[in-house]
Design a protein around this ligand. Structure first.
Ligand SMILES: [Zn+2]
Length: 254
């Protein structure tokens, strides 16, 4: 069928197949942050045929973004276009048969639940822990899996968080005052690590959305020292976690 022609090679990949492709086309994904990670994730999800993708960001394209934020070009930077609109324009040229919805705002405690409700998966394209704790609480409250990802310098980290099944972000990083604070603005960043972690996050989404088994690993990569580490987090749930056990949502404020 013509509708599936563009996904021919993905359908040939047996773990997805035609049934998986149909599931992807009916799926809804929300991406928070459209910097290097978000553009990499969106690029994969749009090409893979995720039917509905909401992209959320409040920033404008700048010249210094072009080194690693794959959907933007010099024209976007000269026009200081909001990232979500520049991304939507590019993504709709890549695959006009899926719906990309740009939302030009930051994710905050007032809008998080409303902006993330009704999605099948939430993907982390942010660069800070307060927003991740907010996504984590919305995920637990709404019962939606999310995929944590972070990159800085040549290092990256990612894990799939499934409410009721895996530890949540607060289980993994219980001390909010002792989380990594470096960002690309302070420590710099090389482009390939963002593509690697963005690709791992997109893979996690494809597996979740097609019903495949998701590995219980926190993946840590340093491409400058050629270090690839997996940490099994399947037993990492904190039995006293304020978020996924006691449902106290201090970042959401409810
Ligand atoms: Zn937890």
């Amino acid at each position: 069928m013509k509708k599936f022609a563009r996904y021919e090679k993905q359908i040939l990949f047996k773990p997805i197949g035609l049934e998986g492709q149909k599931r992807l086309l009916k799926s809804r994904a929300a991406i928070v942050g459209m910097g290097a990670l978000g553009t990499s994730i969106a690029n994969h999800l749009v090409r893979s045929g995720i039917g509905y993708i909401r992209i959320i960001d409040h920033d404008y394209v700048e010249l210094t973004n072009l080194q690693r934020q794959l959907l933007y070009d010099e024209e976007d930077a000269e026009g200081r276009l909001p990232k979500v609109f520049a991304a939507e324009r590019k993504l709709s040229k890549i695959n006009s048969t899926v719906k990309v919805e740009p939302v030009f705002t930051d994710l905050n405690r007032e809008n998080a639940e409303e902006l993330l409700a009704g999605f099948d998966v939430i993907l982390d394209g942010t660069d800070n822990f307060p927003t991740r704790y907010l996504i984590n609480e919305a995920s637990i409250k709404l019962g939606i899996p999310w995929i944590y990802g972070g990159v800085v310098s040549a290092r990256g980290i990612t894990a799939v968080i499934i409410p009721g099944k895996t530890p949540c972000l607060r289980c993994l990083f219980p001390d909010m005052n002792n989380v990594p604070t470096e960002t690309a603005d302070t420590a710099g960043i090389v482009s390939p690590i963002t593509a690697i972690i963005g690709s791992l996050e997109a893979t996690g989404a494809l597996k979740l959305l097609t019903g495949a088994e998701v590995s219980p690993y926190l993946e840590q990569v340093d491409i400058w020292s050629d270090s690839f580490m997996q940490m099994d987090i399947s037993k990492g749930k904190n039995p006293d976690c304020p978020v996924c056990v006691h449902h106290q949502f201090e970042f959401l404020g409810s």
